[in-house]
Design a protein around this ligand. Structure first.
Ligand code: GAL
Length: 312
C-alpha cells in the first residue's frame, strides 16, 4: 500500500481494473469483482502468421491442478482448411458439447479487437457469436489467455451506466490514446469544435498519481470562461461542480478516486445539463442550458493524474 492511500473499505464495483498491456502468454489474471452482466472484457491483439489456435478462457478459479471449471472457452482455430471458432464449457475436467462457428472474422497475420460483452461478443466491430452460459457468470473470477496470440491490451470495462438494458458502450473518436500505456500529460486541452449536444458523451480515463492534490475537468466556452468544472479535491475528499464564480455544489457520492488507481469519468450531455458517472456508477447531474452547452469549445483536464484516454 502506498503512503497516503486510503484504508477505507471500497466496494468492489467501484474499483476499475487497470488495463494490461503486452502481457506474456500464457497469461492468467484475476477479474476484479468477478464477472457479471454489464461487464465487458476488451482484447486487442494480433494473430501470428503461423498461428494454429489460441484460447480465451473465463475460468472459475486459477488453480493449475485440478484444472478449474471454464465457464466460457473461446477458441479460434486457424490450422484447418476452414478456420472457425469453438466455444465450450469445461465442467469437473470434462468438456461439454462443443459449439462451432464457421466464417471466422479473425485472420492470421491480422490485428483484431474482440469485445466480450457477456450477452454478445463482437470481433472487429461486428457482432460475431452468442454463447449461452452453461455455468453461472458469478462463478467466473479468472481470465486465462493461451496459445498462438500476441496480446496488445486487455481492458475491463463497464457498459454505460446510463442506458438501462443497453449493451453498447458510448462510442466516440479517440482523441488521445490508441497507444499502449499512458498517453497524455496534464494539463491537457481538447477542442470541442461543435460544442455539446444531447446524447454526446465525454469519457476521460486515467491513473491517479501518488499523493494527489486535485483533479479538475473544465468545460470552457469561446471566451475561455468555464461554465462548469468538475473538481475532485483529495485534501478533503470531495467532488463538486464548480461555477465560474467559484461556487461549489458538492456531489454527494462516495469519493471514488484513489492514489495509484485507475478512474473513469463519463459525462453524458442531455437536454438541460450533464450526467456524470464515475467508474461506471452514475453519481449525479448538473444543469446547464442548451445554449451554454452548444457554445462550449474546450475540455481542459488538469491535476494529479496520468491520462490514458479522452473520448468524445
Ligand atoms: C478439445 C481441445 C481442448 C478444447 C476443447 C473444446 O478437443 O483439446 O483444448 O479446445 O476441444 O471443446
Amino acid at each position: 500500500m502506498s503512503p497516503g492511500e486510503s484504508l477505507d473499505p471500497v466496494p468492489d464495483s467501484f474499483i476499475l481494473q487497470p488495463p494490461v498491456f503486452h502481457p506474456v502468454i500464457p497469461y492468467v489474471t484475476t477479474i476484479f469483482g468477478g464477472l457479471h452482466a454489464g461487464k465487458m472484457v476488451m482484447l486487442q491483439g494480433v494473430v501470428p502468421l503461423r498461428a494454429h489456435r489460441f484460447q480465451v478462457d473465463f475460468q472459475c478459479g486459477c488453480s493449475l491442478c485440478p484444472q478449474p471449471d471454464i465457464a466460457i472457452h473461446f477458441n479460434p482455430r486457424f490450422h484447418t482448411t476452414k478456420p472457425h471458432v469453438i466455444c465450450n464449457t469445461l465442467l469437473s475436467g470434462c468438456w461439454q458439447r462443443e459449439a462451432r462457428w464457421p466464417g471466422l472474422a479473425l485472420q492470421r497475420g491480422a490485428s483484431f479487437l474482440i469485445l466480450f460483452l457477456f450477452g454478445n461478443e463482437s470481433v472487429n466491430g461486428r457482432h460475431f457469436l452468442h454463447y449461452r452460459y452453461r455455468l453461472p457468470l458469478s462463478r467466473v473470477d479468472t481470465l486465462g489467455i493461451f496459445g498462438d496470440i500476441l496480446v496488445k491490451a486487455v481492458g475491463f470495462l463497464n457498459i454505460s451506466p446510463f442506458q438501462e438494458g443497453s449493451t453498447g458502450y458510448p462510442m466516440g473518436h479517440v482523441s488521445l490514446g490508441g497507444k499502449a500505456g499512458p498517453c497524455g500529460r496534464v494539463p491537457c486541452s481538447r477542442a470541442l469544435p461543435r460544442g455539446l449536444w444531447p446524447g454526446q458523451v465525454i469519457v476521460v480515463r486515467g491513473l491517479v498519481l501518488q499523493e494527489p492534490k486535485e483533479l479538475a475537468l473544465s468545460l470552457r466556452d469561446e471566451a475561455a470562461r468555464a461554465p462548469v468544472t468538475l473538481r475532485a479535491s483529495f485534501t478533503d475528499r470531495t467532488l463538486a461542480w464548480v461555477s465560474p464564480w467559484g461556487r461549489k455544489k458538492l456531489i454527494s457520492a462516495p469519493f471514488l478516486f484513489h492514489p495509484q488507481r485507475f478512474f473513469e469519468v463519463l459525462l453524458l450531455c442531455q437536454e438541460g445539463g450533464l450526467k456524470l458517472a464515475l467508474n461506471g456508477q452514475a453519481v449525479g447531474t448538473t444543469s446547464l442550458d442548451q445554449h451554454t452547452l452548444e457554445r462550449l469549445r474546450e475540455l481542459q483536464i488538469r491535476g494529479s493524474i496520468q491520462l490514458y484516454c479522452v473520448h468524445y
